[in-house]
Design a binder for this molecule. Structure first.
Ligand code: AMP
Length: 203
């Protein structure tokens, strides 16, 4: 759509794309300008949180209001018809809150184990760095169509565990959206039978 516009141009282009795609099942992002916009606002932090990991910091994107709006609009465009946005702790919360308002739907947090009051369902999984355990509330997901969002898709373990948890809580993940996909880790493969995945930027 756009090549190298300002964030405001990118936001306008994404919104125009979204309108054009209304009623369509197409989840692809035709807007390479949006990928450029995200790419220019990510910060690489070598050896964080441990040696050998290049941490992809989305803080510059969040701090740029027009760029953040463009990214949220881009994710909203691929959300489809859903009842809630589920955001994964913690950066996924930031995207999910904005997206839920943009889409006019609800928000459900996918939290680190031990943070939510019962009843919840819980699952352990492997990370690119270490292991983790997450949980979701069971009372608000029964029958819900869910758009699952996070900042980064790395090995896919987090999104896979989240998808399984939503299902165990009685919901159904319709789409998955991320700002950034680390394609070389092939996390998409573990989500193949989970839900369609769209990344604003794949590296
Ligand atoms: P994974 O389960 O391996 O796909 O990891 C995805 C989760 O870990 C997301 O919640 C990300 O926020 C975080 N994450 C994994 N790798 C990175 C990375 N290189 N930079 C920033 N966040 C990451």
């Amino acid at each position: 759509m756009i090549a190298t516009g300002s964030p405001a141009d990118a936001a306008a282009a994404v919104i125009a794309d979204r309108r054009a795609a209304e009623g369509s099942a197409d989840t692809r992002l035709a807007d390479t300008g949006l990928a450029d916009l995200v790419a220019r606002r990510l910060r690489d932090v070598p050896d964080f949180p441990q040696p050998g990991i290049v941490f992809k910091d989305i803080t510059p994107l969040l701090a740029d209001g027009a760029a953040f709006a463009a990214a949220v609009a881009g994710l909203a465009r691929i959300a489809g018809d859903v009842d809630v946005v589920a955001g994964i702790e913690a950066r996924g919360f930031l995207l999910a809150g904005a997206l839920a308002c943009e889409l006019g739907c609800g928000l459900v947090p996918v939290r680190k184990a031990g943070k939510l009051p019962p009843p919840t369902v819980r699952q352990a999984y492997a990370l690119e760095y270490g292991t983790a355990e997450i949980e979701v509330p069971v009372q608000v997901l029964a029958g819900a169509r869910v758009f699952l969002v996070d900042d980064v898709l790395a090995t896919g373990g987090t999104l896979r565990a989240s998808t399984d948890l939503v299902q165990r809580a009685g919901g159904r993940v319709e789409r998955i959206g991320v700002l950034l996909e680390l394609g070389f880790l092939n996390g998409r493969s573990v989500l193949a039978d989970a839900a369609p995945v769209t990344a604003l930027l794949t590296i």
